[in-house]
Write a protein that binds this ligand. Sequence first.
Ligand SMILES: Nc1ncnc2c1ncn2[C@@H]1O[C@H](COP(=O)(O)OP(=O)(O)OP(=O)(O)O)[C@@H](O)[C@H]1O
Length: 341
Amino acid sequence: MAVAMNSPAVPVAEAPQRWLTDPILRVENLTMRFGGLTAIDRLSFDVGRGDITALIGPNGAGKTTVFNCVTGFYKPTEGRIALKRGRNIADSVVDQLTASGDQHREHADGSVYLLERMADFKITEKAGVARTFQNIRLFGGMTCLENLLVAQHNTLMRASGFTIAGLFGLPAYTRARKAAMEKAIAWLGYADLLDRADDPAADLSYGAQRRLEIARAMCTGPALLCLDEPAAGLNPRESAELNKLLRLIRDEHDVSLLLIEHDMGVVMEISDHIIVLDYGKKIADGSALDVRNDPRVIAAYLGVDDEEVEAVEEKLDVGDVDAAIEVAHVDGTTDAQGRAS
Ligand SMILES: Nc1ncnc2c1ncn2[C@@H]1O[C@H](COP(=O)(O)OP(=O)(O)OP(=O)(O)O)[C@@H](O)[C@H]1O
């Protein structure tokens, strides 16, 4: 997908650097090899609790592979992925858990999970990590409301004691069913889809389907929400609606977000923290402002040669980002994916 570094985005004001002081997710020395190909190479980064963190980079940089490792779809070749559900959990607690060989530990300040040791369904259910995919995966024939109820199936099954007792009006099940309905209706509201509750999901516009998918992920009660290209294919109005929903999730629901995104307008506007990958390695890590001005990032996206990075740097030294991008555009030869050809 083409990437526009010079989109008219206004970077957000400098936010507190929570990824340094209070990480919810800590990825350390992550390596993923597919046969002879090293897709991720000793990658380390932190995701701040309560932040919107964007993982960006040209096509093939390894973003989806990182997501697949965090969410348990892939078992990493090496590395540790620790999720801390609770503030002030010392690194020594994570080290003790690692040494114990266990997957999870309850601690006075919260729970710690080693995601690289867990199956994907446990990562969702126990650690509280939800995700969406590049291609929308709703149940198209079900209504919007039904999609959000299905997401709460596990909670309802637990409440029924995993029996048919729910059918006979077990009080715990009746309460859980009411709570599930209230949650589904609340998320339809947050996603601005209340008036479409009884319509089949497949009838919604593309942007509305994206918001429904995010609402469905939120119905699982995550602590960390991973979104794979949520703005792909959206028009400017739909992107603005998406940004509003993502900010609401961060600001009012105490959920941290990790997203892969190619749309630099969305990334620069809503991200507290940006991590840039190229060829499976981290090439930049910081606020939107830092990353936007980083010559290595511009070079990676626009495909300039190493010696031309200096020319880009010179323009940036005098604060002329647009001229730096212009230099990169003239000198770099890019293919449609923003990768040098
Ligand atoms: N299951 C797999 N088997 C073999 N190679 C893979 C597999 N998954 C990913 N790769 C390779 O790993 C590298 C990183 O791919 P990945 O999909 O993570 O990149 P990406 O940054 O998400 O790209 P895009 O922006 O196009 O989605 C690529 O070279 C890709 O071909």
